[in-house]
Design a protein around this ligand. Sequence first.
Ligand code: HEC
Length: 458
Amino acid sequence: MFYKLNKLQIVLFGLTLLLVACNSNTTKQYPSEGEPVLFAEHIAPIIRKNCSKCHNEEGGAPFNLYNFEQVASKGKLIQYVTENRIMPPWPADPNYTHFANETYLTDEEIALIGRWVKEGNQPGYTASLTDYIPPTKNINGTFSKLIKIPTPFEIKGDNQDRFYVVKFPIELGSDTFLKAVEFVPHQKKLVHHMNAHLINYEENAKSDLHKGNYFIRQDQSESMRIHQDLNLTNDDGTYPAMTPSVCNYLPGSQFSFYPHGIGGYRIHKKAALYLNDIHFGPSAKDELDSSYFRLYFDTNAPTRPVSEFQLGTLGLSPVEPKLVIEPNTIKTFHIQFTVPLDISIVSIVPHMHLIGKKFLAYAIKPSGDTIRLIHIPSWDFRWQYFYMPKKMLPIPRGSTIYVEGIYDNTENNPNNPFSPPRLISEKNGSMKTTDEMFQLILSYVKYQKGDEEIELEE
Ligand code: HEC
């Protein structure tokens, strides 16, 4: 029986090779009518491309999906979540723009998964499958270092939001370069967002990086005292140099870095990551959180540093009208911004909170042509990505960026945090999820000729 099975598998494997050979110009293999749908041959490539990057030991999803047993045991549920387009989560409208890190199933792929489940989850020649390696473990030419703090964050089970200001000291053998900084959230259900900046200390400017607190609660400390409490200053009381926004994290977002020497930072022997804000959502029971960072080193200096335009709430240009959404209303808001130099966009980050419904952004060039940026037809607070265009996206100086956001503060919005609805608004830059925000963050490099040909796809 065992022998026979193997023989059958070998035959099937041969058949697959043949199919691969015949269809070498297409990447997807579909069984013909009457042929069985098999995991190894037909389903695994779809799952590994669209699901495994979150559904692995390191990813944000609650269980793993890359091997036959893992996928087969959840077959019916997978059929349901794919047919209803709940998974993979991809809020951006693929009919408007495509992105490098896109995870989106075609109708054919969804139908194939459904057929595979109906036919009883057949394995196919699973021995032909390679081991699955999570994308973060597969980064070439870089060495990573973990940066942790000795005490975990305490999150009391009192259903309150918590905002911390934090210092992660970094000690290295010598000055070097960073390709990227990755944030690894521990309590994934509780970590809401995080912004980290890099502080570089000059030689002999700082004797003890560990003096002072590692973190303090933002809402319990006067902002004037934060730098003293964390002891961020040089020994003589002056301020060290800071590189802003070296790492940001939002719900559902995944780590990736730019190719071709784009991005990256100089880092000194003595340095620190300074989090002006890490936000933990409310918890019903006491929890400890030990989120940490990974540093990815680079031997070369970055050739094209990345900057950002933050538009809307707390940004360079205001939300119009003021972001106030009365109860039982659906309301539209706008942001407008004129780009002051020739840029190439490398990532697009839309941001709203719970009652956001729709997000649209595009640019109009001085010539009158439109450059599409992003359209999210039904906003979902849980999935907020750093959308990377497939190729660098040039926007000429003098173009105007238009952003439109629709908020639904009615009873019909299942994500409304209040029942009955209450007045919801932007409050003094409050980042509480039950207050609102409306932002577009564009990361860019200065334009160089030929940028439009540079792929950002890994
Ligand atoms: C961006 C990360 C991400 C990707 C990509 C992703 N998932 Fe998920 N998935 C999650 C998270 C996180 C959860 C936990 C539930 C939640 O937060 O909605 C989840 C939950 C699920 C569930 C459980 C749903 C339930 O109701 O219990 C299934 C089944 C699932 N995913 C299947 C898939 C499949 C199949 C794919 C690919 C076609 C996929 N996921 C792609 C992150 C992801």
